[in-house]
Design a protein around this ligand. Structure first.
Ligand code: GTR
Length: 399
């Protein structure tokens, strides 16, 4: 019995597995501990970053490495080959409004391959090439039904097509099944050395990696304007969309919806979901090194404002829902606020107020955009309609 208890305590201290469920989390602003965020504009060797040159040549790569080594794992860039096969094409989809293309993206490495099924609708009425939104779908596949028998607010394809955008989706399970055992059955088979590395790739980074392979494909599709692609994700998918945009500068816009802990919300606030809880419930999402920060947020060399900063100067929209305190809407707002100074290096003035705006008071026409939608943890038509406004504003501005 004693041995069992000792064993349990040991396991608990190694993995920080503590029975702390959503109800026990802190949701009281008054109980947020005092914290100091690491300075995004000071390198680890204490050099102050005063211009975009030092940011891009020194601090940005340094931060990317810190995120890879301590949290998300490495993002292998090489593979031996890639093949695109159009598996289905319908020029008169959506009652003639759009062309449907289903493309199998097959990536080969290490004598293995991974197949990513891309679903893509291209508006027939729009001038080509058209800008696109790409959703990293973490929910049921039928949310992105190519036949349009099922229509879901999670991916309101008709709305996007009517607004002149191409709309695409991939499913996370093609890249890394969302399961603590099965996550290895995807991209990781291409990179077996990642499996044993303490800073090895895990599920969230595999999902982000998949979004980049879609960018590889978009660069070859003359219907798509690969310079104007927004990567979108909700919740765990939003953690991946933020990572994808931080890692891959080909994404023109980043949209991270209700991404919360280890997404767009500051870890040091310890509000709602915390690192110990996310690592315990989803040990396959982040690398082994990240377990060191269970109940130890202040030891992290980074915080999530820095991941947002890696997207600069490209526009980023982070959203929340008023009833989704688990994902810390205020912590997301504060992460954006603390990324302002990196955007300022590029001469981009922030439109964010000093304090979080009220519910349903979106800040859309800005490089750091934010809203806190009334309601639950979800990705809705309200969110998407604001993403369209956000994209249209930026693309017009940069014409
Ligand atoms: C929760 C998890 C969150 C978020 C969410 C989701 O259980 O704690 O970090 O990712 O799942 O993906 O809906």
């Amino acid at each position: 019995m004693k041995r069992v208890i000792i064993g349990f305590v040991l396991m608990a201290s190694i993995y920080g597995v503590q029975a702390q469920d959503q109800k026990e989390a802190n949701y009281d602003e008054a109980k947020v501990p005092k914290y100091v965020l690491p300075d995004v504009l000071k390198t680890t060797s204490n050099v102050e970053v005063k211009n975009t040159r030092t940011w891009e040549n020194s601090r940005r790569p340094e931060l990317l490495k810190l995120f890879e080594n301590n949290i998300y794992g490495q993002m292998p860039k090489k593979y031996s080959s890639i093949k695109y096969t159009v598996t289905k094409e319908d020029a008169t989809a959506m009652n003639g409004k759009a062309k449907l293309k289903q493309v199998m993206i097959e990536v080969f490495n290490n004598n293995n391959s991974v197949r990513i099924n891309l679903i893509l609708f291209i508006p027939n009425a729009a001038n080509k090439p058209v800008p696109a939104f790409l959703l990293i779908n973490n929910r049921e596949r039928d949310n992105t039904d190519p036949t349009r028998t099922k229509k879901s607010e999670f991916w309101p394809a008709e709305m996007l097509v009517d607004s002149g955008y191409a709309i695409a989706a991939i499913h996370v399970s093609d890249l890394a099944p969302d399961d603590k055992e099965k996550y290895v059955e995807g991209v990781l088979q291409l990179y077996p050395e990642q499996l044993t590395a303490a800073n090895g790739m895990k599920a969230i980074s595999a999902w982000a990696w998949g979004a980049s392979r879609v960018m590889d494909y978009f660069a070859t599709d003359t219907d798509i304007d690969a310079k104007r692609v927004a990567v979108v994700g909700h919740s765990r998918g939003g953690k991946a969309s933020l990572l994808a945009a931080a890692e891959d500068q080909r994404f023109a816009l980043c949209i991270t919806n209700c991404s919360g802990n280890t997404g767009a919300a500051l870890a040091r606030r310890q509000f709602g979901e915390r690192i110990n809880r996310i690592n315990a419930t989803f040990p396959h999402w982040f690398n082994t090194n990240y377990k060191k920060y269970n109940n130890n947020e202040n030891a992290l060399p980074v915080d999530q404002h820095m991941l947002i900063s890696l997207v600069a100067p490209r526009p980023l929209y982070a959203t929340n829902a008023s009833k989704d305190l688990w994902a810390d809407p205020t912590g997301t707002f504060l992460a954006l606020k603390n990324a302002e100074k990196v955007y300022a290096l590029y001469g981009i003035k922030s439109n964010l107020p000093a304090n979080p705006p009220g519910v349903n008071q979106p800040i859309i026409y800005a490089s750091l955009a934010y809203h806190n939608r009334e309601g639950e943890h979800n990705l809705t038509a309200y969110d998407w309609s604001n993403f369209i406004r956000f994209a249209t504003y930026h693309y017009k501005k940069n014409k």
